[in-house]
Ligand binder design. Sequence first.
Ligand SMILES: Nc1nc(O)c(N)c(N[C@@H]2O[C@H](COP(=O)(O)O)[C@@H](O)[C@H]2O)n1
Length: 157
Amino acid sequence: MTIYFYKVWQPYGCFSNFSLHPIEIEGVYWPTVEHYYQAQKFVGSDDAVIIPLIHAAPTPDEAAALGRCSTRKLRPDWEIVKIDVMRAAVLKKFLTHPEIREVLLVTGDEVLVENSPTDYFWGCGADKTGQNHLGKILMSVREEIRQLLFLTAITNS
Ligand SMILES: Nc1nc(O)c(N)c(N[C@@H]2O[C@H](COP(=O)(O)O)[C@@H](O)[C@H]2O)n1
């Protein structure tokens, strides 16, 4: 059975990048994966001045609004690096927070889909034909964590 998620207040809301699960990356704490992801769009760009504003945004929606401003200049390699950036942040989130790691692991081998009606890259879009990269990242993070737990168990046995 496919598991659909989207908004944080809906079932499996902890899979959303907007869920309030802080992460620390390279010594910096970010309130949500969304804050981190949106800020990374501007690392090394002419508009890097926006990064502290995204970091300080009171909500992930405000961080996303700042990062989505179409007049700002994204880093030149953004399209190349964005999936790796997102995966690193999502992995960190589920390594950091044991209660949501458990929710992820309990989904077993079910297909996970970000049910965004507008996003055909990270989600499945309105007609379910989207690429669902966030769902794919969550499934690959789930597999990586399973392998890490297995290796830890056999090392300690
Ligand atoms: N608008 C919105 N609300 C939510 O609650 C969401 N989960 C999302 N999806 C996330 O938006 C991010 C993509 O942002 P860009 O379009 O690349 O700026 C990504 O984290 C999606 O998972 N959107």
